[in-house]
Design a protein around this ligand. Sequence first.
Ligand SMILES: [Zn+2]
Length: 158
Amino acid sequence: MKYISFTDEPAINPDDFFMKEALKEAQKALALDEVPIGAVIVHGGRIIGRGHNLTEQLNDVTAHAEMQAFTAAANYTGGKYLKDCTLYVTIEPCVMCAGASYWTQISRIVYGARDDKRGFSQVSDRIIHPKTEVVGGVSSEEAARLMKDFFISKRDKS
Ligand SMILES: [Zn+2]
């Protein structure tokens, strides 16, 4: 993986940097004809878990990007909690993933585009752990465009 430079090069905001990595995961989902949502989990400036939506591949409606990333990060750390970690995900988490994030006790969630249909905030912000900071709108246009293009191509095929 690349490192963020804090020397002579223009500084990259870490949230922008890691959201780009989540977008790369979304591209992997797209390549598999999955709904293009990607996620990474970061601890101490390092990616410790990656995931992309695999609901079709795994024939599992729970195989969302965040769920894959939570499991990968827990496998990496050997502990089930993700304190002092940040989840970057291209689209606002659904109620299931927000609920899962509660159990991980993750410190931050940074998401790209809002999901006005299935996003957790449509139901209640209280699904998120009270100690979890949530930031939305990072690279939201790119994340939303991936989704829009995907669903347009699906519609045109059917
Ligand atoms: Zn979800």
